[in-house]
Design a protein. Structure first.
Length: 259
């Protein structure tokens, strides 16, 4: 098979001042939750399907017991102010070469649709439970930092330490080669479990940047469900502090991945 296969809906054209949002699986699924929520809340329509031998060799079994191949998708949401392309899906690459190939494909879509700005979304693992949630940024053009600061995005020297691994970081570099401004927005999270609360904070900042409004109801439901799961985890850890439990099951690789 070809390394990457994709199908583009020919009806996806004449976009208005388009921006691209990238929210793929990563630490705490922070970016994925945001992207999936935007697709639902904005009624976005699928315009591209992407399959690759660099994705895990598996299919996903649906509620009706039918299977679909692991892949990613680009959705189009049209709003009054701008058209939004949302890259979401099931997986990032399982190997380094695939990260480069897939990110080049993603940036190719951005160029094809004349995207003006890209926002990649991810989690910033702190390893701290119950810490303050905020959003930290990294950019490929220093000139866009001040406007993002005005929207509540934090920028700290040399942070995140160790850089940004995966699509959330590589897309920024690839976008710079194409002359597209891009920023990575990372919601702070423990790094141990899925974190819809961090996703909500990140989504609020993103909506402020894009000047759009969305319903948070389904995300709030995920937050309630996760709170119940966390409580069950706490109850199941006999005599241990939850923070110590997290330390035992976190690895250096977990905490250095910011995708």
């Amino acid at each position: 098979m070809n390394e990457i296969i994709y199908h583009i809906d020919p009806a996806a054209e004449d976009l208005k001042d388009p921006v691209m949002i990238v929210g793929l699986p990563g630490v705490g699924h922070v970016g994925k939750f945001v992207a999936d929520h935007l697709v639902e809340a904005l009624g976005a329509q699928k315009i591209i399907e992407i399959y690759s031998e660099h994705f895990p060799p598996q299919v996903i079994v649906g509620e009706d017991s039918t299977v679909t191949l692991v892949g990613n998708r680009v959705y189009l949401a049209r709003t009054e102010k701008t058209d939004i392309l949302i890259l979401a899906g099931d997986s990032q690459s399982t190997d380094p070469a695939g990260h480069y190939s897939l990110c080049e494909t993603y940036i190719g879509f951005a160029s094809q649709f004349k995207v003006k700005r890209i926002f990649t979304l991810g989690g910033y693992p702190t390893g701290v439970v119950n810490a303050e949630n905020y959003v930290i940024g990294a950019v490929n053009n220093i000139e866009i930092i001040e406007s993002l600061k005005e929207k509540g995005i934090k920028f700290n020297p040399s942070e995140p330490p160790g850089g940004i691994v995966g699509a959330s970081g590589l897309i920024l570099a690839f976008a710079k080669f194409r002359g597209i401004d891009a920023a990575c927005l990372m919601g702070t999270t423990t790094g141990y479990i899925a974190d819809p609360q961090s996703s909500k904070v990140l989504l609020e900042k993103l909506c402020g940047i894009l000047e759009i409004g969305v319903d948070f109801a389904s995300l709030d439901e995920k937050i309630k469900d996760m709170e119940q799961i966390v409580e069950k985890i706490k109850d199941s850890v006999n005599g241990e502090e939850f923070e110590e439990y997290g330390d035992r099951y976190a690895t250096d690789e977990d905490l250095n991945y910011f995708g």
